[in-house]
Design a protein around this ligand. Structure first.
Ligand code: SAH
Length: 246
């Protein structure tokens, strides 16, 4: 059954109102009609079976028939900070990170990051990443849509509040410490922040700064992975060690 995201503020008792991107998906893409059944999930972890009551250009009304609390979210809170890469590659990372259960995605620019974007491009790409996160969350059965934060600099990323648990940065020049080593030091971690560099990697100065701000450097084996491979691998391993994979 088709799944739609409906924030809880759009649900009152057993009635819900669908608008915007979700309404377009329902009416224009799937061509659903009043009487059709759908699944909706809200932003509080609940999933509802519903029937479409009415559909108009501006909004649709649904009636909720039953609700349950779905258990598909990982106990591990993951923040993925990813260096900006070109168009499709970053979109791939947003989609796969959502499937792998990330909570927050922080895109950042850094010394060796390409492309350099102007304000307008940044806004339109951020908008696009948010749409990708929403549709990936719908497709994979998640009950949380990951938040895609505004693009920041690597320095800004480093000074974010440190409630995000164990802070790691994946450095292609780190020879010693593996993720398993980190796991042995922090077995009970409930949250991790994973920073992955752009295609050009991190500079030594950036690595220094990251350490000074409490990030631990980690290697992902002896081969150099592409940025998007590194992101998917780091997420999978973190979910395996602390979360709900494997
Ligand atoms: N241009 C760099 C490689 C960058 S790879 C070089 O040639 O050295 C892009 C990002 O993926 C890196 O910044 C890092 O965060 C991650 N990465 C790739 N391979 C890695 C590895 N073996 N260990 C740790 N991180 C890795």
């Amino acid at each position: 059954m088709a799944r739609f995201f409906l924030p809880s503020r759009q649900i009152h008792a057993n009635r819900g109102t669908i608008a915007g991107q979700e309404l377009g998906h329902l009416r224009k893409v799937l061509r659903l009609k009043p009487g059709d059944r759908i699944t909706v999930f809200d932003d509080t972890g609940w999933e509802h079976e519903a029937v479409i009551c009415s559909l108009a250009a501006a909004q649709g009304e649904i009636e909720i028939l039953s609700s349950r609390q779905a258990q598909r979210e990982s106990p591990l809170q993951i923040t993925l900070a990813a260096g900006l890469t070109k168009g499709e590659k970053f979109e791939f990372v947003v989609e796969k990170a959502t499937e792998l259960g990330v909570q927050t995605i922080v895109p950042f620019t850094s010394t060796y990051a390409v492309p350099k974007l102007d304000e307008r491009k940044i806004a339109s790409r951020t908008e696009r990443w948010r749409k990708i996160a929403l549709s990936a969350a719908k497709q994979c059965g998640r009950t949380v849509v990951p938040e895609v934060l505004p693009l920041c600099t690597f320095q800004e990323l480093l000074i974010r509040p440190s409630h995000e648990g164990v802070k790691l940065f994946f450095w292609e020049q780190e020879a010693a410490q593996s993720l398993d080593d980190v796991y042995k030091k922090h077995r009970d971690a409930k949250a991790v922040t994973l920073a992955i560099g752009p295609e050009g990697g991190f500079s030594s100065a950036e690595a220094e700064l990251a350490r000074a701000q409490g990030f631990d450097s980690v290697q992902l084996g002896r081969r150099i992975l592409r940025a998007e491979t590194a992101a998917v691998t780091a997420l999978s391993l973190a979910q395996f060690l602390w979360g709900d994979l494997g």
